[in-house]
Design a protein around this ligand. Structure first.
Ligand code: MG
Length: 247
């Protein structure tokens, strides 16, 4: 991306926000951003839904990524059976899906994510994780993959939130934990509903398209910038931070 395109994206954000972009913290989504795990989520969902005769396509799981498990189950059951999901269905189907995901997930890091984290640290910004995931001992997993990058008091997970994405709530909580305002943060997201949550929280939101959806789906949700990979974002990180401090 050219320096001019980055500056133009920042200018547009500042016009809408009425504030200068002055980044001090980066709020990272986890699945599809820090971990190459979305294919395992999709595979687990695909198996559970077909087992229970629920209509769903692979694309659905990417389109609804970021919602809580209960919310995804409700959306699919409404569409298939024209009724709300019962509480028991929400619990049991999610348990089945989580068990399959844990079985398949190889914990592989997203290529380029370590480079982004290194660039973020170099530019003096703090890094936080804001995820809809409710996996146990998430901080141990993060410390193992990205030593020294995250701390447990600077995380927002499924256990912290009431609504989850696409509600801006998780990102607003992330701002609070970072001790910064919306114009002092940057969100990095791969999912359309995650982008929506970041944008609605008033934060400069970078979409990284690491999945099978077309770029337009992420741009339509209001992403301020879009990169094809974390590696591509890492290459331009310093340019982005320099541009924001010049604007
Ligand atoms: Mg994600």
């Amino acid at each position: 991306m050219s320096k001019e395109s980055i500056q133009e994206a920042i200018r547009k954000y500042e016009e809408k926000a009425g504030k200068r972009l002055n980044p001090k913290a980066v709020l990272f989504d986890m699945d599809g951003v820090l971990y190459d795990s979305m294919r395992f989520h999709a595979r687990a969902w695909r198996e559970v839904t077909s087992r229970h005769h629920i209509i769903a396509s692979d694309e659905d799981f990417y389109l609804h990524e970021g919602r809580t498990g209960a919310s995804i189950i409700n959306v699919l059951i409404q569409r298939t059976f024209s009724r709300e999901a019962t509480e028991a269905e929400k619990v049991h189907l999610y348990e089945e899906k989580a068990a399959l995901f844990n079985q398949y997930n190889d914990g592989e890091a997203m290529p380029g994510a370590a480079d982004v984290l290194r660039e973020v640290a170099k530019t003096g910004l703090q890094s936080l994780v804001v995820t809809g995931s409710g996996q146990k001992s998430l901080i141990d997993k993060l410390n193992h993959t990205y030593p020294g990058c995250f701390s447990s008091d600077k995380m927002v997970t499924a256990f912290d939130v009431k609504y989850g994405k696409p509600n801006p709530e998780p990102y607003l909580m992330g701002l609070q934990k970072a001790g910064v305002q919306a114009h002092e943060a940057i969100v990095i997201e791969n999912a359309p509903l995650g982008v929506r949550a970041g944008v609605q929280a008033g934060i400069f939101t970078i979409a990284v398209n690491t999945g099978p959806l077309p770029d337009e789906v992420l741009l339509q949700e209001g992403a301020n910038l879009l990169y094809p990979s974390m590696s591509a974002l890492a290459e331009e990180w310093s340019l982005l931070v320099v541009s924001s401090s010049m604007s």
